[in-house]
Design a binder for this molecule. Sequence first.
Ligand SMILES: Nc1ncnc2c1ncn2[C@@H]1O[C@H](COP(=O)(O)OP(=O)(O)OP(=O)(O)O)[C@@H](O)[C@H]1O
Ligand SMILES: [Mg+2]
Length: 272
Amino acid sequence: MLDIRNATRLFGSKAAVDAVSFRVEGPAFVGIIGRSGAGKSTLLRMMNGLTPATSGQILVEGRDVAVLTGAAAREWQSHCAMIFQQFNLVPRMDVVSNVLHGILNRRSTLQTVLNLWPRADILRALAILDRLGIAEQAPKRAEALSGGQQQRVAIARALMQDPRIILADEPIASLDPMNAQIVMDTLKRINVEDGRMVIANLHTLDTARRYCDRVIGMRDGRVVFDGLPGQLTTGVARDIYGADADFNESATSTAIPTDTSADAEYAARMLA
Ligand SMILES: Nc1ncnc2c1ncn2[C@@H]1O[C@H](COP(=O)(O)OP(=O)(O)OP(=O)(O)O)[C@@H](O)[C@H]1O
Ligand SMILES: [Mg+2]
């Protein structure tokens, strides 16, 4: 379904992504790991059509999405949702409108200006929020929510697009461990229940091991590891991240301390 062939992106003379190739068949949960500057975000942006490839191909069901521009790029982006570390919600807008913005590009300018949404779309947005355990937040402004709740709104906005692929760029990097787990469980559920492919840049090894069917390690723009989470030993990880003396796996942990946050009940339900 996804076939990346020698995808390369240069910034000046420097290759941020350097001849990356891999194939993903079916609705896998793929994690991409690597140190800062390895090219993880650039690769996701290339898949999404935000950053055109300098050379190579990114084939989705046979169509090259690496070279799309303008309306064609926007059309592809409507099938390929992206989730960001900083949520990228409209802070002062209510939650349900933020979710509806997932399908903004399918509406006329007039509808948008008048903020007119078909009833069916509003009901679908509410149903998605309900599925993600945050229906009661629907009328609130996005900025009034916790980080974990905001990221679930961003996931709801992505689902509103009914995407084939969900790309997540460090989706839990700004969250505390409890909320990080809720967000990762939510992405996993969407992957398993809906059969949507999820590709997530992750900065913690234990998260990659726990949630991914497959892990891709990048270093200096290149793929240096492509395997199962079980093959991701500390030695392999040291290779991916660079054998610095300060490499310390425990520093990348998102293990959850026992606590009783407002989201604990939801987490328990998700984990049951
Ligand atoms: N728009 C740009 N212009 C110039 N250089 C860029 C641009 N975007 C990325 N780069 C460079 O490309 C390389 C890869 O950056 P990228 O953001 O993809 O890394 P990353 O793995 O996502 O890092 P991080 O973990 O810090 O998010 C870096 O050297 C970065 O400085
Ligand atoms: Mg990045």
